[in-house]
Design a protein around this ligand. Structure first.
Ligand SMILES: [Zn+2]
Length: 475
């Protein structure tokens, strides 16, 4: 117990944010980023931060930012990988999704319970650490499990705020204020994303991810956002072309996770809006749209799916001629994750980098997050080079409805042979208390099939089928 009180004291000293006007600057991450011991690429990587994490900024040094990792640890990240927001304590709130959610004295189940909060009540967030969130609990700091709450932040709300420029020419500036350097000019009618608003200035994203500050009074709400659909880019450096087909000229490239408004559809191609008022075409198999999934968003809110990319790190899994199973499972799994997220599902990955994760850790993640479904993704291998097809494995009868929901989708339409639903004595199924299945999505030991499962169109098809199967199970 002694250790805990020292820890609590440390947290209190180091994390208590100044109240009032001065807001803590936070570094927010949209992807996994290396954290280094010093502000340069030759220093050692001390840890990684992941998507949706945010950390207080301690210091800025050129292109590097020093962030606070925990009570005693700081590290450096490249500033281009960071979205900076200023927040004060009140800009972030959580609501419990369960009744009588326990509030603890520290970030972990081992800390004593201080009390509980009721479902759907709002609480101000003080800070977050890994899977735990500190709230202002009746004047003291109390910790709740992040997987049992819904959180709302200023920037979350602003993400979908699409605005239209109504000045003849709108200056985009490096920072707030008329004295700040002009870095770009946007013509009237340009559509931009308002990421956040401070005083009378808006921080916007325009032209494929560039950012800057503009005078908020020259942005207006636009009907272009109402009812419009967006395509989210699923692969880094995706080509945007001047016509609907692979033969057309590449105008520009889109980055991973960028969102584009869809103007029309021609065959398998979406016409999407660029912020300069022109448009470009992108293939449907490299994007995810909420509408490409079979069901409505709200239906799946608060459902949790754990996706498990098989193997990783020094465990490569099966090897094809050019393919390592661990790499392909990661790629397939992250695409399924994007598709589920756009349907409103809370998705947790057992790994999002090429790292080794023990089997028992994988089932622990499933259990700890109370997964509504656990799906492990693999690619097959055997000595017979002609073996082919996809297989859905279950261990317990109670996993059958998940197995058949997914199998109904992949068995039906996939270009590969359907090997059906089978019993599989796998650790991640046998030792999993949550509904769980393991999918083998093609044979890497079959050279023809190895080629096929790597193709973007197969990946687009199979990931939609698996996502749709999971969604139909969750309904
Ligand atoms: Zn495998």
């Amino acid at each position: 117990m002694k250790n805990y009180s020292v820890l609590i004291l440390l947290f209190t000293i180091l994390f208590t944010m100044p109240s009032g006007a001065s807001a803590q600057k936070m570094a927010n991450f949209n992807e996994t980023v290396n954290v280094r011991s010093a502000p340069n690429l030759s220093s050692s990587v001390i840890t990684q931060v992941h998507q949706n994490e945010s950390h207080p900024i301690m210091e800025e040094d050129g292109e590097w930012i020093q962030i606070q990792l925990d009570a005693e640890k700081v590290g450096w990240v490249a500033s281009r990988l960071v979205t900076i927001t200023s927040e004060n304590n009140s800009s972030k709130t959580i609501e419990s999704t369960v009744s009588d959610l326990q509030v603890r004295a520290g970030p972990g189940k081992e800390f004593p319970v201080l009390g509980s909060i009721e479902v759907n009540t709002k609480w101000d967030v003080i800070k977050t650490e890994k899977d735990w969130i500190a709230i202002d609990y009746k004047g003291q700091e109390g910790w709740v499990a992040s997987w049992l709450v819904n959180s709302t932040t200023e920037s979350d709300q602003a993400v979908s705020s699409i605005k239209e420029v109504q000045a003849n020419i709108l200056n985009v500036r490096e920072s707030q204020g008329l004295g700040s350097r002009i870095i770009h000019q946007l013509p009237s009618g340009s559509v931009v994303e308002e990421v956040k608003k401070e005083n009378d200035w808006s921080f916007i994203r325009y032209d494929n991810g560039q950012t800057g500050w503009v005078d908020s009074s020259f942005l207006k709400e636009t009907t272009k956002s109402a009812g419009s659909r967006y395509a989210t880019i699923l692969y880094q450096a995706t080509n945007l072309r001047d016509g609907p087909g692979l033969g057309n000229k590449v105008i520009t490239q889109a980055r991973l996770h960028e969102k584009y408004q869809i103007l029309s559809k021609e065959g398998q191609w979406y016409e999407v809006a660029l912020t300069d008022g022109s448009s470009a075409y992108v293939a449907e198999w490299v994007v995810s749209t909420a509408a490409s999934l079979s069901t409505k968003q709200n239906l799946h809110a608060r459902k949790t799916v754990v996706l498990d990319a098989g193997h990783g790190g020094n465990d490569s899994g099966a090897q094809g001629i050019t393919t390592l199973e661990k790499i392909l499972t990661l790629r397939t799994t992250s695409t399924i994750a994007e598709k589920l997220k756009s349907a409103g599902v809370r998705v947790i990955l057992t790994r999002d980098t090429d790292t080794y994760i023990a089997l028992d850790e994988r089932t622990t993640i499933s259990e700890r997050n109370n997964a509504d479904a656990f799906v492990s993704i693999h690619f097959d291998s055997t000595v017979d080079p002609t073996a082919n097809g996809t297989t859905t494995y279950y261990y317990d009868q109670s996993d059958m409805s998940l197995a058949s929901a997914i199998h109904n989708k992949i068995g039906d339409d996939t270009s590969l042979r359907d090997r059906g639903v089978r019993f599989g004595n796998y650790y991640v199924l046998r030792n999993n208390k949550q509904p769980s299945v393991l999918l083998e999505l093609g044979f890497l030991s079959n050279p023809w099939e190895e080629q096929l499962v790597n193709r973007l169109d197969y990946q687009a098809e199979i990931t939609s089928e698996v996502a749709n199967g999971i969604l139909s199970f969750l309904q």
